[in-house]
Design a protein around this ligand. Structure first.
Ligand code: NAD
Length: 257
């Protein structure tokens, strides 16, 4: 018996086969989960659509989290298509480049709003829209992706880190609010992995090199490393775990040199 047989998962954040969400999708599917996918826009649809066809998703739909109507529609579509939802993966973020790389004290009001809207508020809004589908399943597991730049100031991460801090606290308040409905909410704090989003971060390979100097466990952190923890958090193995953030960073978070 596989760990996720009979469970349905909604996967956001697949842009291409480097996406962390893609590795997680494959791992959830390998454990028996049925998958539904969203894509951000038409431009991304072609590439990711071809990729996900191997899972024959009954639902593959557009979701731009800046649009309330998209969020509400996806909630309805999941319920109409599957009649339930057991797992929701939030694996998306965006911070405007000028506010990611400029002097932090010059962060613009607009950049702050956009970064927090897309990277943090979307977790709350989507959890709300998906609630009827989770309730139909009698509960479930919400997973989100975060980074240590939300706990400590990391010079290359800046405003994105502020949004991760807001995301992690949103995860904890959601865990409190949704616990009585048997819905768990947990984050995975991944070490640096080369993806499309990571390419937008200045000196990303320096960040990888610096982490590698201190990491207790050696070697590159991969999206598949993250996917293993996602399977655990999505499954009943973690039935008493909520409001948690698990670091999948080869131990980087626990050392100081
Ligand atoms: P990625 O570029 O493959 O994924 C980012 C996704 O965000 C893309 O699919 C993109 O379409 C989506 N997105 C951006 N704006 C959106 C919007 N308005 N509406 C809907 N979707 C939108 O990169 P990734 O590294 O796989 O990132 C996934 C998550 O993992 C992000 O939350 C990221 O911050 C987090 N993370 C990444 C790393 C890393 O080193 N790559 C480390 C820790 C955490």
């Amino acid at each position: 018996m596989k760990l996720l047989t009979g469970k349905t998962a909604l996967i956001t954040g697949v842009a291409n086969d480097y996406s962390i969400a893609w590795a997680i999708a494959r791992a959830l599917h390998a454990q028996g989960a049925e998958l539904a996918f969203t894509y951000q826009n038409e431009r991304l649809k072609e590439k990711m659509g071809a990729l996900v066809q191997q899972f024959k998703p009954k639902l593959l739909t557009e979701l731009d989290v800046t649009k309330d109507e998209d969020i509400a529609r996806v909630g309805r579509q999941v319920l109409d298509t599957y009649g339930r939802l057991d797992i929701f993966l939030h694996s998306l973020a965006f911070t405007p480049k000028e506010d990611l790389h400029g002097d932090f004290y010059k962060t613009s009001r607009q950049g702050f709003a956009v970064s927090n809207d897309i990277s943090s508020y979307s977790l709350i809004a989507l959890s709300n829209a998906l609630l009827p589908a989770f309730e139909a399943a009698g509960g479930g597991s919400i997973l989100y992706m975060t980074y240590i730049g939300g706990e400590y100031a990391i010079s290359t991460y800046r405003l994105a880190g502020v949004s991760k801090a807001a995301l992690e606290m949103s995860g904890k308040y959601l865990a409190q609010a949704l616990g009585p409905k048997n819905i768990r909410v947990n984050g995975i704090s991944a070490g640096p992995i080369k993806t499309l989003a990571a390419r937008g971060i200045k000196n990303f390979s320096d960040l990888q090199k610096r982490a590698a100097e201190f990491m207790p466990l050696q070697g590159e952190i991969t999206a598949d490393d993250v996917a293993g923890t996602a399977v655990y958090l999505a499954s009943d193995l973690s039935s008493a775990v909520t409001g948690e953030v698990i670091h999948v960073d080869k131990g980087f978070h626990c050392v100081r040199g």
